[in-house]
Design a protein around this ligand. Sequence first.
Ligand SMILES: Cc1cc2nc3c(=O)[nH]c(=O)nc-3n(C[C@H](O)[C@H](O)[C@H](O)COP(=O)(O)OP(=O)(O)OC[C@H]3O[C@@H](n4cnc5c(N)ncnc54)[C@H](O)[C@@H]3O)c2cc1C
Ligand SMILES: NC(=O)c1ccc[n+]([C@@H]2O[C@H](COP(=O)([O-])OP(=O)(O)OC[C@H]3O[C@@H](n4cnc5c(N)ncnc54)[C@H](OP(=O)(O)O)[C@@H]3O)[C@@H](O)[C@H]2O)c1
Length: 481
Amino acid sequence: MSHGADSSTDGSAGDPSHAAVETRDHDRADGEVLDLVGIGFGPSNLGLAIAIDEHNQTSSRPLTATFLERQPAFGWHRGMLIGDATMQVSFLKDLVTMRNPSSDYSFLHYLQSRGRLVEFINHKVLFPLRIEFHDYLEWAAERMSHAVEYDQTVVGVEPVLSADNEGEVVAFDVVTSGDVRRARNVAVAVGLAPSVPFGATLSNRVWHNLDLLPRAAAFPRDPAPRRMVVVGAGQSAAEAVAYLHEQFPSAEICSVFSRYGYAPSDDSPFANRIFDPEAVDVYFDADDDVKRMLFDYHRNTNYSVVDGELIDELYRREYRERVQGQRRLRMMNASRVVAVDESADGLHLSIESLPNGRVENLEADALCYATGYRPVDTMQLLGKAGELVERATDGNPVVARDYRLQLDRPARAGIYVQGGTEHSHGISSSLLSNVAVRTGEIVESLVAHRPATAPLASASAAPMTPRSLRPVPTAGLSASN
Ligand SMILES: Cc1cc2nc3c(=O)[nH]c(=O)nc-3n(C[C@H](O)[C@H](O)[C@H](O)COP(=O)(O)OP(=O)(O)OC[C@H]3O[C@@H](n4cnc5c(N)ncnc54)[C@H](O)[C@@H]3O)c2cc1C
Ligand SMILES: NC(=O)c1ccc[n+]([C@@H]2O[C@H](COP(=O)([O-])OP(=O)(O)OC[C@H]3O[C@@H](n4cnc5c(N)ncnc54)[C@H](OP(=O)(O)O)[C@@H]3O)[C@@H](O)[C@H]2O)c1
């Protein structure tokens, strides 16, 4: 199939002011230039792959795309797939429904294909188990397997500049350790990176909750651990406390956090509108000080908060232990860890009570930092292409409403970001809430920016299929998929 190779040439003779950016040979041997290379294949770019696929099913000009994922297979925060943990978002905010309620990639279609639709309806839940939603995502990823290459870690992105138009960016080369893919557009959706307190060193005894399940599974049971400590008061911390309390029945589990008590997440309906597609428009157009104000008002819909039912469950456990006189769930509130010393035998922790400054020394077997996440540094990942991105005075990249980064020079090619846009698009940026709508908006933008001269793909071409991948399935996939 034709992928519409661009005709312009090496940009090495371009504008000298752009000399910081190394240009690449624009005429690659195979001449293949895709419409899009996606970096990462979590829910955001999986959603984008589906949106492109659905666009292609009805378009006379299909988009060509491939997605590169560093994991060996699809996986969504596997280290926190605790058996009874539930989703923090309605199943109706799946990969597609908010954009295309008749899509056959919906959670409801997944349920039907797994033979559980009726039972799910009887269950009367909006917030399924995370293990079930993970299975849904795997099901969708499997059906989109023609669009993704696993075991591919992207290490940089290099701009391809035209020589004949003052160094206009005409494409990007997306570089992995073993290969380079050229595309007119790049969609970066690489998610979040774990955040730990400054100076913390991770080890076999000191983890981030990102690895909770494998770390707990591998932890020696003989002799049984006597004490484990969890730092933080967000959803991850509360889930880790509950999980370790169940998994290690002879260990004291200490929950250390600076608040007085866990705070419930605000999932009330008016506040929940902050995650609506319309809220993205409102937020995007607001002045910076109003953006900050709205973010701060509604931070408790997502950050440093815990699902109310889990708070009640932990309280119930702690109270029951008081009644029984055998306490091993210990809330160390208004406290912080001030020192961690690790030896071959275990951890020696110093925990300070913030109200009175008293320090308690504790021996512990393990320490789990449930201290949140931060966005991956997209500009660092983009490498040379990142040098072209305009920055606002606060250092944040300038992102247009269509999630396209603003470059410092003329560009036919584009970089789209999913995630890392809380500063411009609001609190839903790192969440699932807007994946369906956002990916539709990105597809619209890809189509709108497509050069008029790009060759039409033939109707019989397999539009999402890079050279090594199997063909796209036809529309109307059977329920057994
Ligand atoms: C435990 C947990 C539970 C959550 N539950 C919810 C929830 O219920 N509801 C909600 O709305 N949000 C939830 N979130 C927020 C979460 O950010 C989103 O659910 C979702 O993961 C965002 O999808 P994403 O594709 O943008 O990022 P990710 O899911 O993080 O996916 C990014 C992908 O990019 C890949 N990648 C990274 N770097 C590279 C590279 N250099 N090259 C190639 N591939 C790369 C990663 O391997 C990963 O697969 C949860 C977060 C956590 C940690
Ligand atoms: N079941 C699920 O679907 C599920 C499970 C887990 C997570 N999630 C999602 O994942 C996202 C992140 O949640 P999260 O709980 O991982 O992170 P979070 O909400 O950012 O909470 C981080 C916690 O760590 C504390 N903290 C941060 N830095 C610290 C430091 N240096 N020292 C001590 N404490 C520190 C914070 O303190 P403060 O209280 O002072 O802010 C906060 O209590 C949310 O969107 C959440 O909904 C979902």
